[in-house]
Ligand binder design. Sequence first.
Ligand code: 9MR
Length: 347
Amino acid sequence: MPALTRPAKLAAAAAAGLLISSAIAYGTASGQEQTLREAAAQSDRFAGLGATATGLSETYPEIAATEFSSITPGNEMKWESVEPTQGQFNWGPADEMVEFAEANDQQVHGHTLVWHSQLPDWIENGQYEGELADVMTEHIATEAGRYAGRIDRWDVVNEPLNEDGTLRDSVFLQEIGESYIADAFRAADAADPDAKLYVNDYNTDGLGAKSDGMYELVSSLLEQGVPIDGVGFQSHLIVGQVPDSMQENLQRFVDLGLEVAVTELDVRIEMPADEAELAQQTEDYASVANVCLAVDGCTGVTVWGVSDGDSWIPPTFPGWGAPLLWDENYEKKDAYFSFRDALAGTA
Ligand code: 9MR
C-alpha cells in the first residue's frame, strides 16, 4: 500500500474514529528518501527523539513526526515538571507529547520517575509530608499510573551511579537506602505492568568501572526478582570517542536477559568544528547505530534533540557544540545520512 499523504491519512484516521486528540498526524511523504524511522524499522528497532513540548508543537513537528518512531519527553515528565508542589500536578506538556506520539504512530519513552536532578524544591528541601519512601512510591504510582498502557519504556531510575560505579549519594540513597531502586521498579511495575522498565545512565557506554557498577546493580536486582526489563545507555559522547568496547558492553547486559537501548545520543565537538571533526562525527553516529544493530536485544537509538541550535550541549559545556544530526538551519548534516544508512544496515 502506498504511504498516505498527510490529508489522506488524517481523513482516513478521522473516518476510522482514531483521532481522539487534537494532535496533528503527519503522513510519510511518498517517493522521498528513506527516513530514520523507516531505516530503523527494517530491523524492528526504533529511531527515537529526545524532544520538548514546544519542539513538537512549534519548532520541528514535521521532522519529529516523519523521522522518528519514538519520542522521549526531554523535561516534561520529570518530577519538578509534573509535581512542582506536593500533590499538585501539571500534566499539560507531558499529555501533549504523548498525544503527539500516538497521533503519529510513535512509541513513548517515559523520562524519568526517580532522578537526583530536576527535583522540585519541596523534595530538595525535605519539605514533604511523610517518609520519602512513601512520597517516592506515591509519585511513581501517580505518574506511571496516569500514562499506564501508553508508555513503551520508562526510565524508572535515572543516573543512580557515581563514576567509580558505586551508588550516587542522592537524597533517595540518603533517606531510603539502596532499596530505593528496587522499591521504585516495583512501584512502576504495579502502576504500569505493560511498560518496559529501564535504569538509565551516562558514561556507562563502554566497559569500565561505571558500567561494571551498572552490571552489578542490575544483576543484583534480577537476583532479587525485581521487575527490571532494560538498561539505557545515554551516550552523550565526545567526537572520536565512541568506546571500542560498546558492543561487548551492551551485549553483556543482554546476556543477563535484559534489553538495552541507546537513550540520549549526541556527539559533541569543541568549537569551531572543522571538516575533519565533522567527518569523524559522521563516522561516530554510524558506529553507534552499528553497535545497536549488532546486539540482538538493542531495541533502538534515541538522539537527544534535532538541531545543533537547540541542544543542551552549548550552554552546559561552553566552547562545545554541533552535537546533533541537523545543523542550526535544520539542514541535514552528513552525520544524518551515515546514521540513517547504518540504522538500515547498509553502512
Ligand atoms: O535535555 C535536558 C535539558 O533541557 C535540561 O536542561 C537538562 C537539565 O539537567 O536535562 C537535559 O536532559 C538530561 C537528561 O534528562 C538526563 N541525562 C542528561 C541530559 C542532559 O543534561
